[in-house]
Structure formats: C-alpha cells, structure tokens
Design a protein around this ligand. Structure first.
Ligand code: FES
Length: 90
C-alpha cells in the first residue's frame, strides 16, 4: 500500500536513526488505555530512548549513537520473527 493517505487511514514511517512518524487521525492512549487528547496529524514517537519528552521525540536522537537504517528488508525480517517485536507485548 503506497501513495497519499486516504481519509481515515494512518501510516507509520520509520525514520533512519530517528523516530517513528505516525501520520493520520489516530487515537493515542497511555499504557492503561486512557485516551490522550490531541489534535495532531503527525506524531513523532521516540525510539532511541534519549528523549526528555517520552514517548515523543524531542530531537535528542541527533546527538546520540542510536543507529538503525529503517530499511524495508530489515523491518520485514523483524516482523517475520516468531515471538519477536511483531507480537503484541501486552
Ligand atoms: S527518536 Fe528522537 S529523541 Fe529519540
């Protein structure tokens, strides 16, 4: 599935050495399922662990040693691993 988002769709872009960009109208919840009110169409989620505004990215990844090429083959391989990150950890 490629191309511009259609109404009601959302996407996640894995940025090389950086955050996950969540685009679209998405419901954001905390760990207990409590909805976090927001009006953003793009949310950058930290995946380097250095942000002072977790779970949001604050740009700190730029000064870190966090490296991940975020290439499609690597992501597909991770998704294919049984018991790996593709499974819901809850
Ligand atoms: S990914 Fe940007 S601060 Fe972690």
């Amino acid at each position: 599935m490629t191309g511009p988002l259609r109404r009601g769709e959302a996407s996640i872009t894995v940025c090389p050495d950086g955050p996950l960009l969540v685009r679209g109208a998405v419901r954001l919840e905390d760990a207990e399922g409590t909805e976090v009110d927001h009006d953003r169409n793009v949310i950058a989620l930290c995946r380097c662990g250095r942000s002072a505004r977790k779970p949001l990215c604050d740009g700190s990844h730029r000064g870190s040693r966090f490296r991940d090429p975020a290439d499609a083959d690597g992501i597909a391989a991770a998704l294919a691993q049984p018991g790996g990150p593709a499974d819901d950890p809850h």
